[in-house]
Design a protein around this ligand. Sequence first.
Ligand SMILES: [Zn+2]
Length: 264
Amino acid sequence: MEKQNKNTFIYWDRVFIALCIFVLIIIFIIMGIRGLISIFSGDKQDKKNVQAVKTGAEVISEGQELLVCIDAGHGGKGDCGALSGDESRFESNDDLNMALAVEKHLKELGADVLMTRNKDTYVELYQRPEIANDADADLYVSLHRNSADTGQGVEVWVNYDAPDDDTLLAKNILEGLDRVGISQNRGVQYGYQGYDPTAKVNYVVNEKSNMPSCLVELGFITDDEDNKLFDENLDAYAKSIAKSIVKTAEELNIIEISNKAVEN
Ligand SMILES: [Zn+2]
């Protein structure tokens, strides 16, 4: 009996080792076949997946093109825009920082971006929509910050004629920013700040651009809470604006997207 038990033990031991070797061989064969497939296929989908991992999300479908013009307000020594109460903060710098962040996120989503400026330089006001018109951009978004003795919150301006496409762009951007967190939602505004709405005056960028456009006033530079929110949420605001632009482009049938990740 003792001898038989010992023989049985040795038998199962050998079976176990044989099974381990067999499983290892199968694993190597599968890995080898998968490696060969990836080498010979040159598969675009794999490359796209790698790109998606790198950028976080690539949502504009392959073959679809979206050209967005991002306009950082003001710029250069001659036009620093609005100032904070202590005059230490220039609107032109805030506008540029936000524009650069929006550009980054738009590119991550697969859009092409045209910048009216990408550094602290002066660009003449009427030249800005011309840059977008000449390139036949699909959408135009101008980034600014507000100022007043009192007042806070975010508002987005569109042409006084309230074209549906422009209003949709403004509404999407505002709703996205509201979800990130703003001090006050001041709504979509029509025409030009400070003017009687019946006077029919537009911001130049909304008046002269051929494509759907809006001008975002991203909080008041004269308000401490808005400045704090701007600084703390700069990247989140930029990401939200980029997503809203792509979402609008899809809703306007300019592009198709490969998933619904642009819902923000
Ligand atoms: Zn401005």
